[in-house]
Design a protein around this ligand. Structure first.
Ligand SMILES: Cc1cc2nc3c(=O)[nH]c(=O)nc-3n(C[C@H](O)[C@H](O)[C@H](O)COP(=O)(O)OP(=O)(O)OC[C@H]3O[C@@H](n4cnc5c(N)ncnc54)[C@H](O)[C@@H]3O)c2cc1C
Length: 376
């Protein structure tokens, strides 16, 4: 099978697919890989896909000018988001100032991207989806808006921001970008296998949440506050695609205007931490204006501590021998939960003890949990 770049380093950003006039490039997902493949029957060997590939050139990055922790002043937005709701209020202010926003949504079993200038649509973007999203078609649609002199804000993973910037090239004057600090992304195949083993087909799911910080509806996979094995594998770094372990964006120098993450290690009060606190960094004047216009409560943050507590501000997630075992056993059709119990036994035992304490009403539980709502 012909690929655009080496499939082990392909991020699945899909800029190559958008640039292809013959529509010859699609995303292939395997358990440990998500990569672009070329349909040789359609390919005319123009070479544009390889030129646009972010893996073929160096990416310009800058150390943040300013570091904050903070949250959306609107408590409903804050509680509906994964950390402090910064992504939503930045998008809201951008639309209020006449722009379009683009970000990831879950729809019909797929994690794709939508563009809107309707403020009421923003809430559907909220929430971290701990899985590889598919931006196919997004870059060309954004480029079209930029050509019409529209302002566009893109929020996504660093590899996607990098691809977008390369795709639009000189059209960057009206482009604003927010990237997420990223631990790594599992292929959608991993999520599908997990759900299938629990009796769900991804296409039948109407809503999916990977974290809960509030009382979300639980069509339960686990008891409230307890990590399920999909999330345990994610947090242990067992389930990412191959490229994530060599991610060139996992560092303090960032390629976007604004970078968002969780303010791990925050010294603010527990009550605030329980509601979610975003880490908010900006690298450029555009980033400064995005942060200043958003309805955000901003607090100072200890930069050294923020970097220390957030591993992917200094290096990619660590590749381990356990990760190979995880992938091999999943490929061999073994039980997902069983694999995780063995490979992440310490985390599993901790979650088991938490379950007992919650049953005894001695503990409220944590924030990471996969929550789904099936279609009626
Ligand atoms: C795969 C992944 C790994 C992450 N790893 C870390 C980490 O290691 N450390 C850390 O501090 N933060 C990490 N984050 C970021 C964190 O989970 C929050 O998204 C971030 O703090 C912003 O929170 P928020 O409350 O401002 O916005 P949220 O309500 O979380 O909204 C986030 C925005 O990102 C978009 N988005 C969500 N999932 C995806 C996706 N899969 N692909 C593209 N765009 C997406 C949403 O559409 C939305 O616009 C990760 C996020 C993802 C998606």
């Amino acid at each position: 099978m012909n690929t655009v770049c080496n499939k082990n380093i392909c991020t699945g950003c899909m800029a190559c697919s958008d640039i292809c006039a013959k529509k010859a490039i699609t995303l292939m997902s395997e358990i440990n890989l998500s990569y672009a493949v070329i349909d040789e029957k359609l390919c005319v060997e123009c070479g544009r896909c390889r030129q646009i590939c972010p893996n073929s050139s160096n990416i310009e990055a800058a150390f943040p000018q300013n570091w904050y922790q903070g949250w959306a002043k609107d408590e409903r937005i804050r509680l509906n988001s994964s950390s402090g709701g910064a992504a939503s209020v930045i998008a809201k202010a951008f639309i209020q100032n006449g722009g379009y926003v683009c970000s990831c949504v879950f729809n019909n079993g797929m994690f794709t991207f939508e563009i809107t200038n309707d403020i009421n649509e923003i809430k559907k973007y909220a929430g971290s989806k701990y899985v590889k999203s598919n931006p196919t078609g997004t870059y060309s649609r954004i480029a079209d808006l930029l050509k019409e002199n529209k302002k566009v804000l893109f929020t996504g993973l660093p590899c996607q921001v990098s691809a977008l910037k390369k795709y639009v090239g000189v059209l960057q004057e009206n482009l604003y970008t927010v990237d997420l600090i990223c631990h790594g992304t599992p292929s959608i195949k991993v999520l599908e296998i997990y759900l299938e083993q629990h009796g769900y087909a991804i296409k039948d799911i109407a809503e999916i949440q990977f974290r809960d910080k509030n009382n979300f509806r639980l069509k339960g996979l686990t008891r409230s506050g307890i990590q399920d094995s999909y999330i345990m594998a994610f947090l242990e770094g067992l389930s990412f695609t191959d490229n994530c372990y060599n991610c060139c964006y996992a560092k303090s120098e960032r390629i976007s205007d604004v970078t968002l993450g969780d303010s791990w290690g925050s010294d603010l009060q527990k009550e605030e931490r329980n509601k979610g606190i975003s880490l908010i960094l900006y690298q450029t004047e555009k980033g400064k204006s995005l942060v200043e216009k958003a309805e955000l409560e901003l607090k100072n943050v200890d930069i050294d501590k923020a970097i220390r507590c957030n591993g992917q501000l200094s290096k990619p997630s660590t590749y381990s021998a356990k990760r190979d075992v995880f992938m091999q056993e999943l490929k061999n059709g073994k039980n997902f939960d069983g694999i995780v119990i063995r490979l992440a036994s310490k985390r599993f035992i901790k979650q088991f003890i938490k379950t007992c304490l919650i049953k005894l009403k001695m503990f409220r539980g944590g924030v990471y949990r996969l929550t789904i709502k099936t279609k009626m």
